[in-house]
Write a protein that binds this ligand. Structure first.
Ligand SMILES: [Zn+2]
Length: 179
């Protein structure tokens, strides 16, 4: 009976063999079918393991996971937009009802009109006071600085509006794509 033991270990263990050991192994493999068979099977297993590690299943999984994440993310954005639209419409409705109640409290048509004017002019007063407060803050700075501040604020508002419109557009495009 042949002694297979060192050769089996050499085949299965992932170790570097010396040139002498390699020659011994080759000559043993030429004589021994059992070890040759073991070598072939081990090579097959090794190849399969490597293909499992490197190829498609992992890629497919991560791609699917990423797609799911994108969908969830888009869905979240969608929900947020809807929530904000809902809040804004509720606020608008509340303001409208308050104005209507304020008008309806009074009786005659003239009173209605006056109340409406009051409400509108009250709003403009508030707006006026806000502007005056802003200008009084601006007046603290030298004119050059306040001019730069004005330009900065206006351009910032423009950029913010642009970003807002862009993101809304992107969200709605993505939403349509999902549906
Ligand atoms: Zn053998």
């Amino acid at each position: 009976m042949m002694n297979h033991l060192p050769f089996e270990n050499w085949l299965l263990d992932d170790i570097d063999l010396s040139d002498e050991q390699k020659q011994m192994l080759q000559s043993h493999l030429r004589e021994c079918n059992r070890c040759m068979d073991l070598k072939d099977r081990w090579l097959q297993v090794d190849r399969r393991l490597q293909s499992v590690q490197t190829t498609s299943p992992a890629d497919g999984f991560s791609a699917r996971w990423k797609a799911g994440l994108d969908a969830r993310w888009a869905n979240l954005h969608h929900q947020q937009v809807h929530r904000w639209l809902f809040i804004l419409s509720v606020l608008g409705l509340l303001t409208f009802s308050l104005i209507m109640i304020n008008i309806l409290r009074t009786t005659s048509l003239m009173d209605w009109l006056f109340a409406a004017f009051d409400t509108v002019s009250g709003f403009f007063d508030w707006w006026d006071q806000l502007l005056q407060a802003l200008f009084s803050v601006f007046a603290l700075f030298p004119p050059f600085v306040s001019m730069i501040l004005t330009i900065l604020i206006v351009s910032m508002l423009c950029v913010l509006t642009l970003v807002w419109i862009l993101s809304l557009w992107r969200i709605y495009r993505r939403g349509n794509y999902m549906v």
